[in-house]
Design a protein around this ligand. Structure first.
Ligand code: FAD
Length: 499
């Protein structure tokens, strides 16, 4: 949906501030009037740090960010034979996607079908619609639909065409764990086994990666049409200008930008950020180009600082308690505990587990966390009294919690909190890990068209610029929806390049 538009008045201010750079001189119709009056500029005046545009590289498709969204956006353009460059500000690829827990909600993939698990993404979408309607998230349902159903295509293509490795569903399909969840090869916390093959496969098909390049400004031509991006080369401390026919912004969310969080999601401003990379830089660049923010105040779930421990409840039994030894949530919804802990103001909470988790389908990850977070681990403890002492919680309260929990297990129903998965008793030796709540993702992002082209506040597309992943409002801000949103941008760019 490419259109050209006159955004000169808006861009005039952006150019003057240095937020947007013009190739080859002033924006047509926006030339400084000179004369030294207040409010006007003289020839030769410039904003410090904004040296004249000088392209050193040119590509068909330039992707900002190498997380799951950016890499997925590269798939179709690379496969169609276009020259694709992926740039990242870090000295490694993968962004937050590489360090994610790896739980991917997909239905009807070949892996699932081969394991005898039925599922049709279109049917699932129909079942999901009322959830969105209840939440009032009903704008651009076509985009949301495409994000939803492309998750399946993404998983199939990454596995078949790029060699991405997923955990065999046989490992957990009969344990009571959700079979709508795909995991990387060794289970929770192993995203590199999915994304490294994708990264390398893209490279083999011709994509190039440029690391240590921080995108700082869009470059527009004299008519205000985006034609490239200026980067700061973080290693060599110099500017690099790259010319591109199409630009895809996949720079992640803004959960690490304290100013943006305080402005848009003040309810989470007092929480620390779990990572350091999601600074909303793509958001700000797009805004400077005339793009518009959407749903910036939508609160995202919270996470534990031991993120992977938070998702164990989908794959094995555990009991979670407050510092006072009391159960406070159903343990089979990963985000309930950090949110309840934060809202309840009790600072931290414990996940108590036993050998069922240690030897279960996520054994690799449980062992990893017990080793890497030994300072947060207590156990093995042979009795609940020993466990309570090690956790420094009141023993009577902890024993009462277990008595009540075991009674619900015996009754086959968790009347207190409604836990459905792994409503099973624990037995000695007991272990526990302590967590703290953090913010880890955001939902708000750029307003886009159904095919992911950046728009201004009126919905008018801005030429040549597309957005995906946590940079857009409706991507779901999770791994597989962000991957699907990347596919949408990649497909749109391939179509646009045909024109
Ligand atoms: C600890 C943790 C666990 C999680 N677990 C899960 C899970 O189990 N399941 C799930 O569905 N989701 C999970 N998530 C959320 C999920 O990881 C994110 O939704 C997803 O990774 C975002 O993908 P993305 O490609 O949009 O962004 P990212 O993966 O963050 O990629 C953005 C990239 O852009 C780069 N970048 C940023 N600014 C610039 C710039 N100016 N110039 C150049 N490059 C730039 C960054 O360096 C980064 O590499 C988790 C998140 C965290 C933090």
């Amino acid at each position: 949906m490419e259109t050209s538009m006159n955004r000169r008045n808006f861009l005039k201010a952006a150019v003057a501030s240095g937020a947007v750079l013009v190739a080859g001189g002033a924006l047509a119709g926006c030339a400084p009037s000179g004369g030294g009056k207040a409010g006007s500029a003289s020839e030769g005046d410039s904003v410090v740090g904004t040296s004249p545009v000088s392209f050193t590289e040119e590509t068909d498709v330039l992707i900002l960010g190498t997380g799951i969204a950016g890499m997925s956006a590269a798939m179709d353009p690379v496969e169609a034979g276009h020259k694709v460059m992926l740039a990242d500000k870090l000295d490694r690829v993968g962004g937050e996607s590489f360090i994610a827990c790896g739980v991917m909600n997909v239905s009807g993939s070949k892996m699932q079908k081969d394991a005898g698990i039925p599922g049709d993404p279109e049917e699932k979408w129909k079942a999901y619609l009322p959830v969105l309607e209840k939440k009032g998230e009903t704008d651009d349902m076509d985009y949301k639909h495409n994000v939803y159903v492309y998750q399946t295509e993404w998983a199939d293509r990454v596995a078949a065409d790029y060699g991405g490795k997923f955990q065999p569903l046989a490992d957990y399909k009969d344990t009571g764990a959700p079979t709508s969840m795909l995991l990387p090869e060794h289970g929770i916390g192993d995203m590199t086994t999915v994304l490294t093959p994708l990264q390398k496969g893209l490279e083999e098909k011709g994509a190039t990666y440029k690391l240590n390049l921080r995108a700082t400004n869009f470059i527009v031509d004299k008519d205000g049409t985006p034609i490239g991006v200026r980067f700061h080369d973080e290693k060599n401390d110099k500017n690099v200008d790259v010319k591109a026919s199409k630009i895809i912004v996949a720079t992640g969310g803004f959960s690490c930008n304290q100013e943006m969080v305080s402005t848009f999601v003040p309810s989470q401003a007092r929480l620390g950020p779990l990572t350091v990379y999601s600074m909303g830089e793509g958001h700000q660049m797009c805004k400077a180009l005339g793009g518009s923010y959407m749903h910036m105040d939508m609160e995202a779930n919270l996470m534990s600082d031991l993120a992977q421990v938070t998702v164990w409840g989908y794959f094995g039994p555990n009991v979670q308690v407050t510092p006072q030894g009391k159960r406070f949530i159903k343990e089979d919804q990963s985000h309930d505990s950090p949110t309840a802990c934060y809202e309840g103001g009790f600072g931290y909470w414990w996940t108590i587990f036993d050998n069922q988790l240690i030897t279960g389908s996520q054994a690799w990850n449980v062992e990893l966390n017990m080793k890497n977070n030994a300072d947060r681990l207590v156990g093995p403890c042979d009795t609940l009294d020993d466990l309570a002492a090690a956790m420094d919680v009141p023993a009577d309260a902890l024993k009462a919690t277990f008595e009540s929990y075991d009674a619900q297990v015996a009754a086959g129903e968790d009347k207190e909190f409604g836990k459905k998965l792994f409503l099973q008793s624990l037995s000695a030796p007991y272990y526990a890990m302590k967590h703290f709540p953090y913010r880890y993702k955001t939902h708000g992002g750029m307003k886009i068209t159904t095919d992911s082209q950046l728009t201004d506040k009126d919905g008018t597309p801005i030429p040549n610029v597309y957005c995906c992943g946590s940079t857009v409002a409706d991507s779901g801000s999770d791994l597989s929806p962000n991957a699907a949103s990347g596919l949408i941008s990649g497909k749109a760019v391939v179509e646009a390049l045909k024109a």
